[in-house]
Design a protein. Structure first.
Ligand code: FMN
Length: 444
């Protein structure tokens, strides 16, 4: 069996299984109460643990995106809407599982580091050491408008605040020593006060006295994930993250992205091996070409032009900016960059590399959502793809698979058909090796 470092890591993205028309894919959510109720999520948690998945992921964006100056399309079509806070669902899912990990998101732009540290440390207790914090700077304008800003704060300002946010987190997690708790029945002494420290942080953005009023949690400091793709995002991940979420086209694109992160790690004095990358993508398990055609047909029916347009507009953070579906991706990106209105720079870079100068917005959106499943194929083909992509990108990390066609059936099929192939090839665990997410993911 391969060592932990050589294992593919697998995370299942549950962020939008209720949204973007996924809920109405034939068979999806059948016999389950709609979004909000935990029943489906609890079954998925059990299923993922049966498949020995590393974790379940919940993204978070706390706003209702505007498209062409209105929220109507977003709400009517349910594109990334509604969005509940993921933390209560993570708590519920952790109770019905023993080893499955959870990656949950909080914004470093709109939350306070004291609140984030306290929440993540408390959640680490409830999940018994199985939580990771996806620390994002948030790129969606309407989120800012829910937190007192007229629009989204400037990109570099957000990263500057995030860097200080991370410094405060580091100090807070270190403010209580691992052996500080005594719970001494005889003496009635709860903690050794000499092992609990104020932090007295005072910076440009935050003033925090500390200490963190949470008993040391099973992971000490919960694992941390980052997903920024700009230079500032890459630098922050290189400095603080245990894991990066990334999207890159093809094996070569992944290799290039890995090299960029390695370089960034070295420039901040970090060992690149310390930071894994999990590649985001969708997947479909099929028995052969006939079923593949059938899935594509169903997906095409699901994604109207209107929905594709709303999705892309949101994803790029275009807010009120109207995009012509027949315009070329390269032209639109040049225009919105010039006008300084698209805050998600990393996504624009991804779109630029995935298209030619004559790819239209409509074709790109459709290609991406309908045909863009990176791992479409039979279980053997999916395993081939993963094995090649894993080795082409440094064999440190793995994949985040977003179920596209059918929930929970799509996940169940992955668990029952793809996992055994990966296991047979020695690429994936047959048992969890540790108790905490950090132990299972990083082997320490
Ligand atoms: C797999 C993945 C998951 C992400 N999850 C979130 C999220 O939950 N919330 C959020 O605001 N941004 C999320 N992002 C966006 C990134 O945090 C970041 O804002 C985006 O990649 C743009 O990065 P940049 O501003 O550094 O260019 C995610 C990105 C990726 C690739």
């Amino acid at each position: 069996m391969a060592s932990n470092q050589q294992h593919i890591k697998l995370i299942c993205d549950l962020s939008l299984i209720h949204s973007n028309a996924k809920w109405r894919y034939p068979g999806s959510w059948e016999n389950y109460p709609k979004y909000g109720d935990p029943a489906l999520y609890l079954d998925i948690a059990r299923m993922l643990e049966r498949g020995k998945f590393d974790g379940a992921f919940f993204a978070d964006v706390a706003g209702t995106p505007m498209v062409n100056g209105s929220m109507k399309d977003t709400v009517e079509l349910g594109v990334a809407w509604p969005r509940h806070d993921p933390i209560p669902m993570v708590s519920a899912m952790s109770v019905v599982t023993e080893r499955l990990g959870f990656v949950t998101t909080m914004s470093m732009t709109y939350n306070h580091p004291f609140h984030a540290a306290r929440m993540m440390a408390s959640l680490d207790h409830v999940t018994r050491g199985r939580v990771a914090f996806n620390a994002v700077v948030s790129g969606f304008p309407q989120e800012g408008q829910n937190y007192g800003y007229d629009t989204i704060p400037d990109h570099e300002w957000r990263y500057d605040r995030a860097a200080e946010f991370q410094q405060v987190l580091t100090k807070l997690f270190a403010s209580i020593e691992p052996d500080a708790m005594l719970w001494d029945q005889e003496t009635g002494i709860v903690a050794d006060a000499s092992k609990v420290h104020r932090i007295d942080h005072e910076g440009e953005h935050f003033k925090v006295m500390g200490p963190l009023p949470v008993a040391p949690s099973p992971q000490g400091r919960p694992m941390q994930v980052m997903a920024g793709q700009s230079d500032s995002g890459m630098r922050l991940a290189a400095t603080y993250a245990d894991l990066q979420f990334a999207g890159a086209n093809g094996h070569a694109g992944k290799g290039k992205h890995r090299a960029r992160l390695d370089e960034m790690c070295r420039s901040v004095g970090r060992d690149p091996d310390d930071v894994g990358i999990v590649w985001a993508g969708s997947f479909d398990v099929v028995s052969g070409p006939a079923e593949e055609d059938e899935i594509r047909r169903k997906l095409r029916e699901q994604y109207s032009d209107r929905l594709l347009h709303v999705f892309l507009s949101q994803w790029w953070g275009l807010d009120g900016y109207e995009i012509d579906p027949d315009a070329y991706v390269h032209d639109v990106i040049a225009e919105v960059r010039g006008a300084g209105i698209a805050p998600n720079w990393g996504y624009l870079d991804m779109a630029m590399t995935a298209t030619t100068p004559t790819t239209s917005i409509r074709d790109y959106a459709r290609e991406w959502l309908v045909y863009g499943a990176e791992y479409i194929g039979t279980p053997e083909q999916i395993a081939d793809y993963m094995e090649e992509a894993f080795h082409a990108s440094g064999a440190n990390g793995g994949f985040m698979i977003a179920p596209r066609s059918g929930v929970p059936a799509g996940i169940e099929r992955f668990v029952d058909e793809v996992i055994p192939v990966l296991q047979r090839r020695g690429l994936f665990r047959t048992e969890y090796s540790g108790a905490t997410l950090r132990e299972n993911f990083k082997g320490r």
